[in-house]
Design a protein around this ligand. Structure first.
Ligand code: HEM
Length: 407
């Protein structure tokens, strides 16, 4: 029999500054009551929604064909015209199910090959060294703006083949598209950004069609033109997804990971003395405090149960990848940062058909970033009391607002 779920977790709480400051204590308290919790998804609506906070059910949910990504399975609320019109994001692989997902992922995978990622290694090192060269003489830096943000953004711009100088626009677009858009003002802003993205990529697409280069935009334009397998809308959506993924995630792998090290001096020393531990440390950072912490969404396409909780058809299922990483059933002492753990497991890159396509790039960027920061700035330390570090609230992304350091 399904357990009744009477008490709903208010969404304001889940996305509040209080929750963002220390989500893991909150998850710990929730865990006492079970792995699946009813949540209020949009205040004032009765959309059934559930939050999954354990590793076993979270991982299974990510790969459950009954839980879909496509908006046609979403509750009616999402189909109201003003809410659903988000073309720059609507038709990307992360928002589609097979067979569309299979087709879109195959096309992007063909262009975004391991060889292309690996070929970026010397350039990533060069960008990393350039950013540290600029910070070093000052003896102080704000590690997010001076390093963790410009590194992955420059890399994704170069990979796509768009000018890195346009990154202020991209940062703005990315922030707007990931924020909720329900009020008339939010919807107006989102529509403006959609129009700007279409105009921007329309121009770039035309330029690469006339004069192809060795970049992802050219490769996808060729796939679009030659195979007729990608609509104009899907082409723009693929660029937008890659641009946003390159903006919002690796920055927080570097930011959250550095904060974890700077607040655990023993672990910092271990890594400085043993840089060969860096790949394992990156997996531990992803488990301990990963960038996509709060939730990734699915829609139930039929009545089902998760961990004995009834989940009716049309429900929103939010899987907390961050809570799963702190599940005591996953690792011993889950709240302890331990970069020497053998075979760290996590679902910080997702699981199943939507497993992160950029994981090899994120790992490569992380390896170079941590390795170079620790080697070149051996005296690096936090330059403010840890209590003053502010976290971004109201977002599925977990990241600090700023990370002042001295060295
Ligand atoms: C998908 C996390 C970096 C591109 C995902 C998903 C997660 C994730 C959790 C799956 C979401 C779901 O199943 O609902 C991360 C993290 C990163 C990172 C933690 C950095 C540490 C990147 C980068 C790129 C990228 C650098 C590209 C340049 C993608 C794409 C998908 C995806 C295209 C969609 C895959 C699909 O739907 O088949 N990522 N990501 N990610 N990620 Fe990443």
């Amino acid at each position: 029999m399904s357990k009744p779920t009477t008490e709903k977790l208010p969404v304001e709480f889940l996305f509040s500054p209080e929750f963002s400051r220390d989500p893991y204590t909150q998850y710990g308290a929730l865990r006492e009551r079970g792995p699946v919790h009813a949540v209020e998804f949009i205040p004032g609506t009765d959309i059934p929604a559930f939050l999954v906070i354990d590793y076993e059910h979270g991982r299974a949910a990510l790969n459950d064909p009954r839980l879909a990504k496509g908006s046609r399975h979403a509750p009616a609320f999402f189909h109201r015209e003003e809410v659903s019109t988000n073309p720059a994001l609507a038709e990307n692989m992360l928002n589609t199910d097979p067979p569309d997902h299979t087709r879109l992922r195959k096309l992007v995978t063909k262009a975004f090959t391991p060889r292309r990622t690996e070929s970026l290694r010397p350039r990533i090192q060069e960008i990393t060294d350039g950013l540290i060269d600029a910070m070093e003489p000052r003896g102080r830096a704000e590690l997010i703006d001076d390093f963790a943000f410009p590194l992955p953004v420059t890399v994704i711009c170069e990979l796509l083949g768009v000018p890195a100088e346009d990154r202020d626009d991209f940062r703005h677009w990315s922030a707007v598209l990931l924020a909720p858009a329900f009020t008339p003002e939010e919807i107006r802003l989102r529509d403006e950004v959609n129009a700007a993205i279409h105009a921007y990529f329309g121009e770039i697409t035309a330029a690469r069609r006339a004069d192809p280069r060795d970049d992802l935009v050219s490769a996808l334009v060729t796939a679009h033109d030659e195979d007729d397998l990608l609509s104009d809308q899907e082409l723009v959506a693929a660029f937008t997804l890659l641009l946003i993924a390159g903006h919002e995630t690796t920055v927080n792998l570097i930011g959250n990971g550095m904060l974890a090290l700077l607040t655990h001096p023993g672990q910092l020393r271990l890594l400085q003395d043993g840089p060969e531990l860096i790949p394992a440390a990156i997996e531990e950072f992803l488990r301990y405090d990963g960038p996509v912490e709060r939730a990734t969404l699915r829609f139930a396409t039929e009545d089902m149960e998760i961990a004995g909780v009834a989940v009716p058809k049309g429900s929103v299922v939010q899987i907390s990848l961050g809570a799963a990483g702190r599940d005591p059933a996953l690792v011993e002492a889950p709240d302890t940062l331990d970069i020497t753990r053998a075979d760290v497991r996590h679902i910080a890159f997702g699981h199943g058909i939507h497993f992160c396509l950029g994981a090899p790039l994120a790992r490569l960027e992380g390896t170079i970033a941590f390795g170079t920061l620790l080697r070149r700035l051996p005296g690096i330390a936090l330059d403010c009391p840890v209590e003053e570090i502010g976290w971004r609230a109201g977002s599925i992304i977990r990241g600090v607002q700023a990370l002042p350091v001295r060295f």
